[in-house]
Design a protein around this ligand. Structure first.
Ligand code: GDG
Length: 530
């Protein structure tokens, strides 16, 4: 059995430079690192090749050697890219051309021959790093849209190599894909692999349709394309899972419990601890005194002061129980955050009885902050949150609690655990791990998932409240239904989904792809391999 060489845009670890100038590595969060990371950790002969994120222009040769050593001690081989390479290959062709195109946002895609040129060069840079590393019998598993030319480049150098390629995002219909001026080169690049993997059967079909339309090639009954050099490229679906136990366990950690408790207190689901209860008492007293004195605002205070509202709810039985909605996303236009906010606003307007009783915790992690489209999106979301909070807030209640920082995994799991409802409504998403993580953090309990039908996860999580994320009225209604669902009903829906997630984890996904690659490339029996 040969080694597994994992190749991805970024390595699973980033460099930290401390005040005394020493270097250390920090584990990256995110789907890819958490899905393949454990395989890399436990298979002591695997090697991970990827961009370090370090600008070589900022360090001396000796420092670069030290950084390289740090990575190599974790079986990682760092690639150093100049600022120009990063601008052209990463910010340019990968994020500004392929990302929008693959997510059906062709109108946002920038077709620039210059970034395409740099993209080709950087794929070659990856090839040159791989060449001296590879040994006979190794399997190479290339990840994602940043490295679509690499499979064919590698095939040309090593005709007998065993190569897999997996796409973490959707593959669009042939009619959308063909708008890319270099669509044929990209397809040929991918088809250098022995195994081409997607999250869903639909994406695999779109890819096969694009190959038929643009390269006039047809797959056999088993979904294999025979290429001019004689090698076969098989195409199949491998839906990615999560480390279910990790999320389940983390949601029960002390920090996650504290976070959950804090959110529930702030949302009025539990009696308030010191600060809020004293605020409530003071507000009650102030409002009562004012009412006696006939102050002009006393009526308003009695009607609207949420501290009174919450106190009254607890004492007299509220018409609505207090509830928490949560969402966790990278701040990306594919995640449908503005559309979702409009649906939430619509719900507050259509069902005003929720005012003072529902709080939306919106965690929007910064992403690609130096790209203009992302800066505009951030402004748009800031503005919408401000507008909704401005319009609907009561004196001590705001409809949206907005966080735009990246948080460690424990608080993230605390947020998931606190959510009576998770609102996961991407406009397009390869899989969406957040929906799965939410369910793992609600293992054995209630909690309703409102899920977009435009993500890969919808195929597996059919018991969720499935919606079209573009349909404001439908999302508003699904959200309302999810908030109204009984605890028993939501727990029942979750059991079926959780059972699936427990059996199809990140580890089984990883092992499944590698074993399929071994089969199609017939690594073990061929002595002609590398
Ligand atoms: C791509 C595809 C596919 C987010 N904020 C924080 C944080 N996160 C974590 C989540 C989750 C991950 O990031 C996001 O994964 P998604 O699947 O939702 O989305 P993408 O980042 O776009 O991932 C996607 C995935 O690849 C895997 O193939 O599912 O379709 O687009 O794990 O929890 N984690 C922490 N702090 C945060 O602030 N710790």
């Amino acid at each position: 059995m040969g080694r597994l060489i994992i190749v991805s845009n970024r390595l699973p670890m980033s460099l930290d430079v401390s005040d005394d100038g020493s270097y250390s590595l920090r584990q990256n969060v995110g789907g890819l690192a958490t899905a393949i990371g454990p395989y890399h950790k436990t298979h002591k002969d695997s090697v991970w090749v990827g961009w370090s994120g370090v600008d070589p222009g900022q360090y001396s040769d000796e420092e670069i050697d030290l950084i390289r050593e740090q990575y190599e001690s974790r079986r990682c081989v760092p690639i150093f890219l100049s600022k120009e390479e990063v601008d052209g290959y990463y910010a340019g062709f990968s994020n500004d051309t392929m990302w929008p195109l693959l997510h059906d946002f062709a109108h946002e895609a920038n077709f620039d021959p210059e970034t395409w040129r740099v993209y080709q060069e950087v794929n070659e840079h990856f090839l040159e790093t791989l060449v001296p590393l590879l040994r006979k019998g190794d399997k190479v598993w290339i990840q994602d849209y940043h490295l679509m030319l690499l499979p064919q480049m590698l095939r040309e150098r090593f005709p007998e190599a065993s190569i897999g390629w997996f796409l973490h995002v959707p593959f669009p219909s042939p009619e959308i894909f063909r708008s890319l001026p270099w669509s044929r080169e990209i397809l040929e690049g991918i088809l250098g692999a022995d195994l081409v993997g997607f999250h869903t059967v639909d994406y695999a079909k779109n890819f096969e349709g694009s190959v038929e339309l643009l390269l006039d090639k047809h797959s056999d009954d088993e979904g294999r394309f025979t290429m001019p050099d004689g090698h076969e490229a098989a195409v199949d679906a491998f839906p990615i899972g999560i480390d279910y136990n990790l999320y389940r366990r983390t949601s029960r950690s002390n920090l996650a419990r504290m976070m959950r408790r804090g959110i529930e207190e702030a949302a009025g689901k539990r009696p308030h601890s010191r600060y809020l209860s004293s605020l409530t008492a003071e507000s009650n007293a102030a409002a009562e005194a004012s009412a006696k004195e006939g102050n002009w605002w006393s009526h308003y205070a009695h009607e609207e002061l949420p501290e009174l509202h919450l106190a009254k709810s607890a004492a007299e039985g509220s018409p609505k129980p207090n509830k928490v909605i949560v969402s966790v996303d990278r701040l990306d236009y594919t995640k449908g955050i503005p559309e979702r906010l409009r649906a939430y606003q619509r719900m507050l307007e259509k069902y005003p009885e929720w005012a003072g009783h529902v709080t939306y915790y919106l965690l929007a992690t910064p992403s690609r902050e130096n790209v203009d489209t992302y800066k505009r999106l951030k402004e748009q979301v800031d503005q919408l949150v401000g507008q909704i909070n401005g319009k609907y807030s009561l004196l001590a209640w705001s409809p949206i609690h907005y966080i735009t920082r990246s948080l460690p995994i424990k608080p993230v799991c605390g947020i998931y655990a606190a959510g009576d409802v998770a609102l996961v409504t991407p406009l397009r998403d390869g899989m969406n791990l957040v929906a799965k993580e939410y369910l793992a953090c609600h293992d054995g309990r209630d909690g309703s998932l409102v899920l977009s039908d435009m993500c890969g996860a919808a195929a597996e999580l059919s018991e969720a409240f499935i919606v079209n994320p573009y349909d404001t009225e439908a999302v508003c209604e699904a959200l309302h239904d999810a908030l109204e669902t009984s605890s028993e009903e939501s727990a029942k829906r979750n059991i079926a989904m959780q059972a699936r997630l427990k059996s199809r984890t990140a580890a089984t996904w990883c092992a499944g792809f590698v074993s399929a690659l071994e089969q199609v490339a017939d690594v073990s029996s061929s002595d002609k391999r590398l």
